[in-house]
Ligand binder design. Sequence first.
Ligand code: NI
Length: 136
Amino acid sequence: MSANVSITRRATFAAAHILCRDDWSDEKNREVFGACTTDHGHNYVIEVTVGGVLDPDTGMVVNLKHVDAVLRREFVDAVDHRHLNRDVEFLRGVIPTAENVAMAAFHRLEPHFKPARLMKVRVVETENNAAEVTAE
Ligand code: NI
């Protein structure tokens, strides 16, 4: 019998952002991005799900210490207490919606879990919204 197994690790970070396009009028920005067209911050949660084959020696798909270290090094350290529009190299030129932040995190984290596989990144922006990026 075989089964797909995955494990999820969670981390938190606080960051500021503004959602607006310089090439749009104030009116259009307000129409599309609402209250997010002024600087504000969120207490974000990121959840990283890694899947693969259970190692019979450890009972693990991947060591959570490794997931934690990668998550901090590749993502959390770069965004925590930063302004997502201005301070984060890998978000440069990107509108930092929850979707785009999750997408950027997915691409940064994906190469680091082999032979296990990054299955999902979920970014919770507020208690009412979260974005998910899943492996194809
Ligand atoms: Ni916001």
